[in-house]
Design a protein around this ligand. Structure first.
Ligand SMILES: [Zn+2]
Length: 131
């Protein structure tokens, strides 16, 4: 998970050495998302930018608390970010989407973020970071 507002990388403020972690050296991978099926208006984009900036502030605050209370270092966060990024085998600044998984009771594939199995009613544990 790397943080971008538009194409501006936010993480280098906290971790100026992260560009060297990407293949090819000093530039970040293109963080432009694939074209959505519907277009957003300028005000919707502005609202999303505000929300992203707020989430970045919250994330930075949480990380600062974790560092101060637990003696963690930025390099540990960087290592974890790279591990998450590499789950799909590509260091590209993006997190791969997770495929739908089977119900633990009936083994049928259920829609992501379902609260319960649509076939057998089994309550499902949600992955708060599933995409
Ligand atoms: Zn089921």
């Amino acid at each position: 998970m790397l943080f971008f507002v538009g194409k501006k990388a936010i993480l280098p403020r906290m971790f100026p050495d992260i560009p060297s972690m990407f293949p090819g050296g000093s530039s970040f991978p293109d963080a432009t998302p694939s074209r959505p099926s519907t277009s957003l208006g300028a005000s919707e984009i502005a609202q999303l930018q505000i929300k992203v900036e707020r989430l970045l502030m919250i994330t930075e605050a949480l990380w600062t608390i974790l560092k101060e209370k637990n003696g963690l270092e930025d390099k540990e966060l960087l290592r974890q970010i790279v591990q998450i990024d590499l789950r799909d085998g590509k260091l590209d600044g993006r997190v791969a989407t997770t495929p739908p998984e089977p119900c633990p009771k009936c083994q049928r594939i259920v829609a992501k973020n379902s609260v319960k199995c649509m076939y057998c009613g089994e309550p499902l544990l949600m992955d708060p970071f599933a995409r």
